[in-house]
Unconditional design. Structure first.
Length: 386
């Protein structure tokens, strides 16, 4: 009987053992890698959830529901049915009757001081005869309108209460980054529902410094925050917050065809809300900035008519009000302002943004051309004369 050499059997045994050990080690390593990946993914998800929940808990008590009541006098004819047509030819043929009608609308707001300052949108309260604010804990207060800045669509209300929960303002708009978490909070139904907890939606900052021109009401918005966090009807005026629980904007409007959110929401940057609060605290009102200069964008026809250098670009001074900041800054009619704070004035959008962001006390350093000479100076913005 023929038997193979014993060394062959030994080699086969050793190889089999090596293969078994290798298979075992590969399995162990694979399982470890899987566990590590799962742990990393779980850790990131837990961190995200924890930040959103913590931020929401910090701000939600300061989010309020705003119920606006507009008292209207409605006049209707008492003409019998079918006789309305004859009123066109015989006015006063039938007596007219008047009655009062209360029109209600709703929105959201956020408490920003322990003594009752509430920020919301102008369009939420602009037709109000009465403004009722419902807190997160169910308490209701009648609010007083302290100030409204229609250009920014921001309004400041005051309710008479102390030791209120507040939401903190973020320190600066400049720290915002596209892609960071954004949480939109609103409470439109606080006066209707037994549960006055606000609604919360989560997204990211989609874009910064968005300019939206000519809304249906003719208003222009500049430098807005865009977010895909849903801003549903009634949530206007509520805060847009970061994952640290700080207000980064005030939810204002959405682009939509259906009436619901499609991920195109816009918020007013928080710096403007902070400025209004500080102005009212210090001066009792928002002070509208004033330059006292009227300008016109240079056109080829104007350049030719005024015999200016054909390469010049900017705004020509048409009129200067007496005693105005522009006059104090040394500007004269027919000066051509070519730059403000180093930014060339080549189009209307640049000037619109300067005017839109103008604040009393701000210094605008200008460069201008006067009779082929370059002049410089600074305009210190003052309050618009009342």
């Amino acid at each position: 009987m023929n038997h193979g050499p014993r060394w062959q059997i030994a080699v086969i045994g050793i190889l089999s053992g090596v293969l078994l050990v290798a298979s075992f080690m590969i399995g162990v390593l694979y399982n470890k890698e899987t566990v590590v990946v799962e742990r990393v993914v779980t850790s990131v998800e837990e961190e995200r959830q924890s930040a959103i929940i913590s931020a929401t808990k910090a701000v939600a008590p300061a989010v309020v529901s705003i119920n606006v009541i507009d008292h209207r006098t409605v006049v209707r004819s008492s003409a019998p049915r079918g006789m309305e047509y004859w009123e066109r030819f015989f006015p006063g043929m039938f007596p007219r009757r008047e009655f009062q009608q209360d029109i209600q609308s709703m929105g959201s707001g956020v408490i920003v001081s322990t003594d009752g300052y509430v920020i919301t949108n102008v369009h939420v309260i602009e037709v109000a005869d009465e403004i009722m604010v419902t807190l997160n804990d169910g308490r209701q207060f009648e609010a007083t309108l302290l100030e409204q800045v229609k250009g920014w669509d921001l309004a400041l209300l005051k309710i008479e209460a102390d030791n209120l929960p507040v939401a903190k303002f973020a320190n600066s708009d400049s720290k915002l980054q596209i892609g960071q978490w954004a949480i939109a909070i609103g409470s439109p139904f606080g006066y209707l529902l037994a549960d006055t907890q606000p609604t919360v939606t989560v997204g990211v900052i989609s874009a910064l410094n968005r300019d939206i021109k000519q809304q249906q009401n003719g208003q222009t918005f500049l430098g807005m925050i865009q977010t895909d966090a849903s801003i549903n009807p009634g949530n206007s005026g509520g805060p847009l917050i970061n994952s640290d629980g700080e207000i980064i904007g005030i939810n204002t409007f959405i682009f939509t065809e259906s009436g619901g959110s499609i991920g195109l929401g816009f918020a007013v940057p928080v710096s403007r809300a902070k400025w209004i609060v500080d102005e009212v605290r210090q001066f009792g009102r928002y002070r509208q900035a004033w330059t006292g200069v009227m300008m016109q964008l240079l056109s080829p026809k104007l350049i030719t008519a005024l015999e200016l250098d054909e390469d010049i670009a900017g705004y020509i001074v048409r009129e200067i009000e007496s005693g105005s900041p522009a006059e104090k800054a040394g500007l004269q009619v027919y000066d051509v302002i070519t730059a403000i704070d180093g930014v060339p004035l080549t189009d209307k959008d640049t000037v619109d943004r300067l005017v839109y962001e103008a604040k009393v006390g701000r210094e605008l350093r200008y460069e201008a051309v006067r009779k082929d000479k370059i002049i410089t100076g600074k305009i210190v913005l003052e309050e618009y004369p009342r």
